[in-house]
Design a protein around this ligand. Structure first.
Ligand code: IPE
Ligand code: IPE
Ligand code: MG
Length: 250
C-alpha cells in the first residue's frame, strides 16, 4: 500500500457520503439496508481519521433537499442517526472526539435534537478531533441565513456595511469555528457538490471515487489522502512563487 506522509495531513477532511441506495440495489436489498451499511463506514472512517490525527472531519449525512425523499426513508435515516448517537457517544468520549453539527437543526424532530444537544454538550471539551455532522444542511441556505443575520446586525448598528469582509462573513456561517476543508471526498462516482459547503470549498482539493459509500474502507481513505499529498495547492499563485515560499508577495 502507498505510504502517506504524516507531516502533510489534511487538517480538515469533508466527505459527501453517497451511494447507499445504489449499494443496496446492487445487493438486491432495500435502500434502508444501504443506509444501515453506510453507518458502518461512518464508524470506521471516524476511527481511522482519529488514529491518523486528522483534526476536523465533516460528514454530509443529510441535505435540506433530502427532506423530499419518501417519508419512510427520511424516518429511517433519522432512526439511524439516533442509533448512531446512542451507540457511539461512549466511543467519542473515549477517543476524545468532539461532536459538532452544521445545518438547519431547528427542523429536526425533538428526540433527535435532544440527543444531538446532549452529545454536543457532553463532548464539548474533547480535543482529539472534531466530528462535524452536516444534517439538514444546505450551502445556499447557510449563506442566505448569514446574509440575513448580517443585515439585521447592520440594521441595529452592531456592524457597519464597510466592515463586512470575507473574514466577518465566515463568522456568520454554521462553520464559524471550523477551518475550511483541505480535502473533499465524494464517493459513488458523482461529480458535483450537491449544495455542500459552497463558500468553504473555494480552495479545497476535490477527490472523487467510484466506490459506493457502504464499501468505503481504510484503504480508500488512504488513497484519497495520498492523492491529496501529491497535489500542489497554488491558491492562484505560480508554482515558482510557491517554491520560493511566497517571500516576494506583498
Ligand atoms: C447517500 O446515499 C446518503 C444520503 C443522501 C442520505 P444515497 O441514498 O444518496 O444513495 P444513492 O445516491 O441513491 O445511491
Ligand atoms: C448528497 O447526496 C447529500 C448527502 C450525501 C447527504 P445526494 O444523493 O442527496 O445528492 P444528489 O441528489 O445526487 O445530488
Ligand atoms: Mg445519492
Amino acid at each position: 500500500m502507498k505510504k502517506i506522509d504524516q507531516n502533510n495531513l489534511p487538517r480538515h477532511i469533508a466527505i459527501i457520503m453517497d451511494g447507499n441506495g445504489r449499494w443496496a440495489e446492487k445487493h438486491t436489498l432495500g435502500r434502508i439496508s444501504g443506509h444501515r451499511q453506510g453507518a458502518k463506514s461512518v464508524k470506521l472512517t471516524v476511527k481511522v481519521c482519529r488514529e491518523l490525527g486528522i483534526q476536523y472531519l465533516t460528514l454530509y449525512a443529510f441535505s435540506v433537499e433530502n427532506w423530499l425523499r419518501p417519508r419512510e426513508e427520511v424516518d429511517a435515516l433519522m432512526e439511524l442517526l439516533k442509533e448512531y448517537l446512542h451507540s457511539e457517544i461512549k466511543k467519542l468520549m473515549k477517543h476524545d472526539i468532539r461532536l459538532m453539527v452544521i445545518g438547519n437543526i431547528g427542523i429536526l424532530k425533538e428526540p433527535v435534537r435532544i440527543l444531538l444537544s446532549e452529545a454536543m454538550e457532553k463532548t464539548a471539551h474533547n480535543r482529539g478531533m472534531v466530528l462535524n455532522l452536516a444534517l439538514s444542511y444546505g450551502g445556499r441556505d447557510e449563506i442566505v441565513e448569514a446574509v440575513r443575520s448580517i443585515a439585521e446586525d447592520s440594521r441595529v448598528g452592531k456592524i457597519r456595511p464597510r466592515n463586512i469582509t470575507k473574514e466577518l462573513f465566515s463568522k456568520y456561517l454554521y462553520t464559524a469555528e471550523i477551518p475550511d476543508p483541505d480535502l473533499l471526498i465524494r464517493t459513488s462516482g458523482e461529480y458535483r457538490l450537491s449544495n455542500f459547503l459552497l463558500w468553504q470549498t473555494a480552495y479545497t482539493e476535490l477527490y472523487f471515487t467510484d466506490v459506493l459509500w457502504p464499501d468505503f474502507r481504510r484503504k480508500h481513505l488512504m488513497e484519497a489522502i495520498y492523492d491529496f499529498q501529491r497535489r500542489e495547492r497554488r491558491f492562484g499563485l505560480t508554482s515558482d512563487q510557491l517554491q520560493r515560499g511566497g517571500s516576494d508577495l506583498g
